[in-house]
Design a protein around this ligand. Sequence first.
Ligand code: RAT
Ligand code: ZN
Length: 421
Amino acid sequence: MRQESDHAPLSAHELMNRELEKLPIADVHTHLFDPGMGGLLLAGIDELLTYHYHVAELFRARPDLRPEAFWSAPIQERADLVWRELFVERSPLSEVGRSVVGMLRSFALDPNANDLGEARAFFADAVLDLRGHVDRVLRMAGVREVCMTNDPLDPAERPVWERGFERDPRFVAALRLDSAIMEWPKAVPALRALGYDVEDARSERTITELRRYLVDWHRRMDARYMAVSLPPVLGYPHSQEPWLDLLVRAVIPAASEVGCPVALMIGVRRQVAPRLALAGDSLGATDVESLERLANDHPDTRFYVTLLAREGQHALCVAARKFANLVPFGCWWFVNIPSVTEEITRMRLDLLGPTFVPQHSDARVLEQLVFKWGRSRAWLGRVLGDHYADLGASGGRVTAETVRRDLSAMLGQGFAMPARG
Ligand code: RAT
Ligand code: ZN
């Protein structure tokens, strides 16, 4: 391979890979927490192996296992079982399996070990200095900022915000709305307990109070955006679903009031297999036409949108060409597999140029940042390298500066609101 020191120009792929390696990433959606929030931040090998992506694969490998027995076992036992079934007895060929192998290697641990003894001892030691471990993981992952998923109605999380904690400026907040609006009126007692005068009927008073909740908590957390995961079909504007009414009458106005974007994560069908708990969710294809109508009716709201199904990704790109306030982001969960991420990202580049956010990690366990971003950098390098090579071959300018500028706009800024003209 040519080296820079040879003064031979780097190929577009070499340049891209070098710049991606150096790029400080703003990870726009994770389920990680500020280390100051105590036990909420998950880390270590047992949490890594009991991640719900592995759990789903465990029950495929061992259909004879009863989920109830699995869930009632201690976490170490569950992690040992996952390791034995998915890493020792079978080759870990799935995306999440290959990722864990790579992650263990980056911590100089044996990815082919017969048991978890070495890894468990290593991570148990590492988390004794949690802040030092966080520093190391962020450095290894090349991540400068981690956006959390924050829910004031979560009884484990709310007291931490109420008590207050010293914030790590690298961990920024996102106000998650699923529990507040998706199963309305289920949230009414919890909102009332927090001092918001809401009732089951979606009266003007209730809407005003729900907005007050959103604005108050947005400010308290200094949140970057409000986010909600939605079913495949939005049915905008005619659906009678309470959540759609609340989205339109409370969430969008509250986001406008505080000047933040709204992230719509569309396409999830929750709990089709309830026995699998977090691993029991599925997906469905999105009606992008509703999204177009929503974007058209709310031109001043910036919607960051990710779709769970492969179907609909092309339509989303086309919709985003019509509505600048629709910004596709990330290859989410079931589409976060290289065969599909490459397809989606090539399509987004072809149709939108560098005006979207190509990836987020969705990490739930700290060390996942290392492998999820390691793997994303690899396919991003292939896809972006091809596009810049093509641009260069056509006579366009491809330099370290232009590549760095574009990468920073796509992956380094988080969900930014454009400056008002
Ligand atoms: O990818 C995941 O971990 C899912 O369980 C979901 O959390 C999803 O990302 C979401 O944010 O709803
Ligand atoms: Zn998520």
